[in-house]
Design a protein around this ligand. Structure first.
Ligand SMILES: Nc1nc2c(c(=O)[nH]1)N[C@H]1C(S)=C(S)[C@@H](COP(=O)(O)OP(=O)(O)OC[C@H]3O[C@@H](n4cnc5c(=O)[nH]c(N)nc54)[C@H](O)[C@@H]3O)O[C@H]1N2
Ligand SMILES: Nc1nc2c(c(=O)[nH]1)N[C@H]1C(S)=C(S)[C@@H](COP(=O)(O)OP(=O)(O)OC[C@H]3O[C@@H](n4cnc5c(=O)[nH]c(N)nc54)[C@H](O)[C@@H]3O)O[C@H]1N2
Ligand SMILES: [Mo]
Length: 779
């Protein structure tokens, strides 16, 4: 019997090595497996596990709200599970009774692990709903701006992602593939919930073999590999919209825009055109104008316009473009430009919003609902746009805008996190640290001693996916997997479900939460439900026992070719897009009616607060890209040998152009300090001409490791540098990419890195005072 497990990086098979130790090897049918997932069994990671329930010493001694400034700095006391669960239960009860459920933040954003039952987000949300609800989050760090703007323009992001041209259609029909931000193989290793087979490298290779011309526009060149030539056009980060406007203006000047398509399939081109030619603001968005902003020579811009017009063209944008100040604009603009070219809905023509960002984009597989755990109903209406977590904690009662409406931040007393790492994902960690001191109590479920766990009051140890049975499924990946438990949980770790079930019992909602099923019964129940639904779609799944025996159902032979928006193109009245007009909205009455300074009614260039053309560039002359890491997923598995192998003297690499390095006397391997007014960190320099001058790149994922006193991060977490500002008042999305920094000369005696130390534990067991905090009185 084969034992499989599914991870965000793909399918792996468990086997015993010569010594009897568990090893993972990639699924034999995956043509391009990711090395990341193999490391799930690494011994180095085991050492970082949370082994027993642990409580911050002064919280245990003084109760909720005690010495919150010591979070992350003082010792933990390990306690028995029952005691920890009693305390968490009593504290949840205190907060909901005294302040109401809208004082509980349970948004708890993060990727957690693959697996449909032991899905941390579903579990925590279901549990909190059963006890009266919680403040939730809306949208994602991935696509904060895009999730809000795209439904006004063409369709929701989740829908768009599901029906991009499949790779075979691109190879057969596309002639010119222009990508803003490459098609990074490093990123397409992953997909949320799992990857069936990695298809992006093969997809690019087939395109190259079919003779497709590739142009990569952006600050770095090593983010696309086709096996053949790729033309690189260097463009200042954050200025893609200006460049696209320059191309649009050139199409307009030569009367090459497709008036028929703009009339039959779009609304609002005229309003956009008035802006394009400068009728509304006196500034024609010519190629020369775009050169001044983006640094791309106007001749190149003119050639791009002609090149795109002459052949079947896809224009793709990476998600990083919208993870920026005014990040709505490049996404609106790519659709506008593609609409002017008039190829939307033709095979191999139009736009892409994320080829390469995940394995999923370009999938040939249909959307079939997988097994899901119902989350119940949330009785609390309050929410935050996900990246406003620090504002939520710092500004209770204050108003915020979101998608044209005004809301208020509730007053949070308790933060409950399961399956995410805000000390990884949030911007401006020094500001976040201040916000993190506000709540009375922070409870974290974690597998590892991440910075978030270390900065909590109560940490509960959780099992990993290879330590529990689960159902594996990911949208449009054509697999259904029995994720077999392969090893016993480390220490006293339990799964999230079991922890919440035990808390539910303490809070009187055991039956509502568990429906009298244990995990094994839930898995069978969820599988049977899926089997029934698939049967009505004409797919025969084996009965549960046979499925478990077989381990894997592979639906890859159901692949078909997908042409994005073909039905809409054929007949926009019969198959309208999902906007108020049913047409692609190049001008949106709805967005215009919100009357926002930072997101008007059509795509436009609004300078970001930080970019190479901003006044701050005088002090901080380098644009910092904090992209996704090659050797891990976010902060997950950072302690593995694979991730460690990519570091320099234990720090995250920072890539910089030879001229920027020479100015500072830096050579590859030097340790440097990266800083701005918000924070500072150390990094290992890599001098490279795959990045343009004036730009530096540090991937995310290094565990936050501040020096006591100065707060300088020794390990290279770029979020001590990024700005905690929203993309705009429309979306409130994460804007991490708009960030200017300075880099120092080499640091002579860098302090040792200690990112992977465990926290201190105290065996000095204080007399338990219990939960003392009183209404409003805990400051
Ligand atoms: N500067 C900058 N910042 C960024 C980005 C950027 O481009 N630049 N990208 C952003 C993006 S797109 C994203 S998606 C976020 C990602 O941010 P996160 O998703 O928060 O990052 P992860 O490191 O994946 O955190 C997942 C955590 O869940 C834990 N975990 C795994 N399985 C389980 C489980 O079964 N139960 C429990 N309780 N815990 C579990 C893991 O140990 C890990 O600590 O980061 C964002 N931050
Ligand atoms: N291995 C691995 N894969 C991952 C992840 C991971 O952590 N590890 N994270 C996953 C997640 S959650 C997400 S949301 C996706 C994210 O997908 P993206 O957000 O697209 O990923 P990034 O790596 O941040 O950026 C993609 C490329 O855009 C370039 N770029 C940055 N700023 C600009 C700009 O202003 N203009 C242009 N033209 N290019 C720019 C970057 O240098 C990079 O090469 O990746 C997913 N894939
Ligand atoms: Mo993401």
């Amino acid at each position: 019997m084969k034992r499989f497990t599914l991870s965000h990086w793909g399918i792996y098979e468990g086997e015993q090595d010569g010594t009897g130790a568990l090893r993972l090897r990639p699924y034999a049918n995956d043509p391009d497996p990711s090395p990341i997932g193999v490391h799930q069994t690494a011994r180095e990671l085991r050492d970082l596990r949370v082994r027993r329930p642990a409580i911050r010493k002064s919280w245990l001694e003084g109760g909720a709200g005690t010495s919150t400034h010591l979070r992350g700095r003082e010792a933990f006391v390990e306690v028995e599970w029952d005691e920890a669960l009693d305390l968490v239960g009593q504290e949840l009860d205190r907060v909901r009774a005294r302040f109401g459920n809208s004082a509980i933040f349970g948004g708890s954003y993060g990727w957690g692990s693959a697996g449909r039952f032991h899905h941390a987000q579903s579990q925590i949300h279901r549990f909190l709903n059963m006890i009266g609800g919680y403040v939730r989050h809306q949208d994602s760090y991935s696509l904060g701006a895009a999730h809000v703007i795209m439904p006004h323009v063409v369709d929701g992001m989740n829908e768009l992602i599901s029906y991009h041209h499949s790779w075979d259609v691109l190879a057969e029909h596309c002639q010119l593939f222009v990508s803003f931000g490459g098609v990074p193989a490093k990123n397409s290793q992953s997909a949320p919930g799992g990857v069936g087979r990695h298809r992006v490298s093969a997809g690019l290779k087939a395109m190259r073999e079919a003779g497709v011309r590739f142009i990569n526009i952006g600050p770095v060149s090593d983010n696309i590999e086709t096996g053949g030539p790729v033309e690189w056009i260097q463009c200042r980060p954050g200025t893609d919209t200006a460049l696209m406007l320059g191309i649009a203006s050139e199409l307009h000047r030569r009367k090459l825009h497709d008036v028929a398509f703009l009339t039959t399939h779009c609304v609002g081109y005229d309003e956009f055109e008035r802006y394009l030619v400068g009728a509304t603001d006196g500034v024609p968005k010519t190629a020369a104008w775009a050169e001044g902003i983006s640094g791309v020579p106007s001749g190149v811009i003119q050639d791009l316009a002609l090149g795109m017009h002459r052949c079947r063209t896809v224009i793709n944008v990476a998600w990083s473009l919208q993870r920026a100040h005014h990040g709505e604009q490049p996404f609106w603009m790519v659709v506008t430009l593609a609409a002017m070219l008039g190829q939307i809905g033709l095979p191999g023509g139009g736009f892409g919003v994320g080829y390469g960002c995940l394995n999923t984009v370009g999938t040939p597989h249909e959307k079939l609902g997988g097994p899901t755990l119902s989350q119940g109903r949330n009785a609390v209406k309050d929410f935050i746009p996900v990246a406003r977590i620090a504002d939520l904690l710092l500004k209770p009662g204050e108003p915020f805008q979101y998608d044209g409406k005004q809301y208020r931040y509730p007053d949070i007393r308790l933060v409950y996190w399961a399956g995410g790492n805000p000390f990884h994902h949030h911007q401006d960690i020094n500001r976040f640290l201040e916000a993190w001191r506000k709540p009375d109590t922070i409870v974290v479920h974690e597998q590892y001693w991440t910075a978030t766990a270390r900065h909590a009051d109560i940490v509960l140890p959780i099992s990993t996916s290879i330590e529990r049975d689960d159902l594996g499924y990911a949208s449009q990946e054509a697999i259904l997997l029995w994720m077999a438990k392969m090893t016993e949980p480390v220490g006293e770790a339990r799964d999230d479900f079991t922890v919440f079930a035990q808390l539910a019992a303490r809070l009187g909602v055991a039956e509502a939460f568990t429906e009298n099923r244990d995990p094994a019964q839930w898995l069978e129940h969820m599988y049977d439900d899926t089997r029934e639904r698939y049967a009505s779609a004409g797919i025969d799944l084996p009965v549960f026992d046979a499925f478990r025996e077989r381990g894997l159902v592979d639906l890859h032979d159901r692949a078909r070719s997908v042409v994005m928006l073909d039905e809409f193109r054929r007949d926009p009245s019969a198959a309208p897009v999902n906007t108020p007009s049913g047409r692609i909205e190049l001008y949106s009455q709805t967005v215009a009616s919100f009357d926002l300074r930072d997101c008007p009614g059509h795509a436009c260039w609004i300078p970001p607060v930080e970019y190479l053309g901003a006044p701050q560039a005088a002090d901080f002359p380098l644009h910092l890209l904090s992209d996704q890491p090659r050797n891990k997923l976010h902060s997950q598995l950072d302690g593995s040998p694979l991730s460690a192998g990519g570091k320099l003297a234990g720090r995250e690499p920072i890539y910089m152009h030879p001229s920027d390095a020479a100015q500072r006397g830096i050579a590859t391997g030097d340790i440097v300090e990266v800083f701005n007014a918000r924070g500072r960190c150390l990094a290992g320099a890599v001098v490279s001409d795959a990045i343009m001058a004036g730009v530096v790149r540090m991937s995310t994922g290094a565990w936050y490791d501040p020096e006591p006193g100065s707060g300088r991060d020794k390990h290279g977490n770029p979020n001590v540098l990024t700005a905690d500002i929203p993309a705009s008042e429309l979306s409130q999305g994460c804007a991490a990419q708009s960030c200017l920094v300075q880099v120092s000369a080499p640091v002579q005696k860098p302090p040792p890195v200690t990112a992977f130390d465990l926290p201190r534990f105290s065996t000095d067991r204080p007399g338990l005072v219990g939960i003392r905090a009183t209404g409003g009185g805990i400051e």
